[in-house]
Design a protein around this ligand. Structure first.
Ligand code: SAM
Ligand code: SF4
Length: 475
């Protein structure tokens, strides 16, 4: 009997006894890659007879998929893990599994083993496909099981339970070879490895045929897609091939590394984001800058300069004038002086990003930057606040420009903060709120923008603006 068959029998047994299939609750900490991994873990659990639930109280399997990029994310996951003790006491059959980037670090694995004796299974990022095996071992032996990552492979064909029926993540590659000196990712996700193009294209064809409208290609550095797999096939080639797939959808991708992003990639984007035909590629580019100081970029081992960065942005804007550019910035990297920080602020003013994700530098065990001389916490916090002020002003000014325009919006559902409003995003990933009803969810609609805020804009739904295709679907 295979491990999957054993677990199926086990979950059938619980279902027979309790009158309900046992619940699985998967919680994600961290980035989009983790979200994509969690969708696979949920898919696998469902294929083993579990029923997806958001209520941990009724779960027989709880999975925490953790992040290690910053200490804050780790502490959050550890604190949540601490709270599981009482659930385990109430239901001794509950299996608790903690996995992902945090667990892929040996010191954390050991820490969790010792401090949380009710965690049954621990594994890293390398082998989600072995979940059935892990569960079977746990159920048969009754003991705890720990699986440090050893072999990073690409696992194709695993079941996926997607959170959304109209938006999807598609990983094109895994791992990272860049070793930015602040970053733990290369240590916890292994070396770069790309999926075969035919697997990616087949997955996207299936998604589009199933009604998915917004697809984000994922990788830590998508621009090195194909390295070690193809001699003469780049990320730009992959994008072109994807654009050959018929359907009403839009493609985004993240993350691009400025040292590897090519002008050809921008040319391909320009060709396939033209507004005179239905654009396939979103006019949006996420290009992490991290710092505006060449000295700090060198210390970060980023291997580009601010001039190189600016030349990419200028080329993008020349080819796609209204492209939205977003970025990641780290404040308080070791050795960052007031002058380095001013260089970063100056870059914010020069580029005028449409959105940015800012992080206070967090020392990560085992990375070179953690051993460098640190910037005091109060200086980091103060710079962070100043930077936010600058970017918030710019974001607000950029959002003001939307007022009076009509935007094509993919409706995501009710706003979490104001259930009276619907919420969605335009091609440029701008958050847009408007009054409407649930029937619009998952469709592209036109919204006339009436007012702007720092983080979103608000508008009015234009009924006659509904896409032809949406109208056909709703009849
Ligand atoms: N591969 C992507 C890239 O190179 O841009 C990013 C991956 S990382 C998960 C996402 C962001 O987290 C990074 O762009 C960086 O700004 C931030 N980050 C990574 N390590 C960090 C650290 N030690 N402290 C603070 N922020 C960090
Ligand atoms: Fe981390 Fe740098 Fe790799 Fe991004 S490119 S995952 S920041 S090491």
């Amino acid at each position: 009997m295979t491990c999957a068959e054993k677990i199926r029998l086990y979950t059938d047994g619980i279902a027979e006894r309790t009158g309900r299939r046992p619940g699985v609750s998967v919680t994600t900490f961290g980035c989009q890659q983790n979200e994509a991994d969690s969708e696979r873990l949920t898919g696998i659990a469902e294929s083993l007879g579990y029923r997806r639930t958001d209520n941990e109280e009724e779960a027989y399997l709880i999975i925490y998929n953790t992040c290690a990029v910053r200490e804050h994310a780790e502490l959050k996951a550890l604190s949540r893990t601490g709270q599981l003790k009482h659930l385990k006491e109430r239901n001794p059959e509950l299996i608790v599994c903690v996995c992902g980037c945090m667990v892929a670090q040996e010191h954390r694995l050991e820490d969790i083993k010792k401090r949380y004796p009710y965690v049954d299974i621990l594994f890293g990022t390398a082998s989600h496909g072995r979940l059935a095996e892990y569960l079977a071992e746990k159920i048969e032996s009754g003991g705890r099981a720990f699986y440090p990552d050893s072999d990073y492979q690409i696992e194709e064909g695993l079941p996926v339970c997607r959170e959304s029926s109209f938006k999807a993540w598609v990983s094109v590659m895994y791992g990272c070879d860049n070793f930015c000196t602040y970053c733990v990712v290369p240590y916890v996700r292994g070396r770069e490895r790309s999926r075969r193009r035919e697997c990616i294209l087949e997955e996207i064809r299936g998604l589009v045929a199933g009604g998915v409208r917004d697809i984000t290609l994922l990788g830590q550095n998508v621009n090195s897609y194909g390295k070690g797999l193809y001699d003469d096939y780049s990320f730009a080639d992959l994008l072109e091939d994807i654009c050959g797939i018929e359907g009403d959808y839009i493609i985004r991708f993240m993350t691009s590394h400025p040292k590897d992003a090519t002008f050809r990639l921008i040319d391909v984007m320009a060709e396939h984001s033209r507004q005179d035909s239905r654009p396939r590629i979103a006019r949006q580019f996420h290009l992490p800058l991290q710092s505006g100081s060449d000295r700090i970029l060198r210390a970060m081992n980023r291997r580009y300069t601010r001039d190189r960065y600016l030349s990419l942005v200028n080329y993008m804007r020349e080819k796609i004038p209204d492209i939205a550019v977003s970025t990641d910035i780290i404040v308080g990297f070791p050795g960052e002086t007031e002058e380095d920080f001013s260089d970063t602020l100056e870059m914010l003013e020069t580029v005028r990003f449409d959105a940015f994700f800012s992080f206070i530098y967090s020392p990560r065990k085992g990375t070179p930057a953690a051993r460098m001389e640190q910037v005091p916490d109060d200086v980091k916090t103060e710079r962070f606040a100043r930077m936010l002020e600058v970017q918030n002003r710019i974001s607000r000014e950029k959002n003001d420009l939307y007022v009076g325009r009509t935007e094509r919006v993919l409706v995501e559902g009710r706003s979490k903060t104001d259930p009276g409003m619907m919420t969605g995003r335009n091609e440029k990933n701008r958050l847009i709120h408007f009054r409407g009803d649930d029937s619009l969810t998952g469709n592209f609609v036109n919204v006339k923008i009436i007012s702007a805020d720092t983080y979103y804009v608000e508008g009015a739904f234009e009924k006659e603006g509904l896409d032809e295709q949406n109208e056909v679907q709703s009849h």
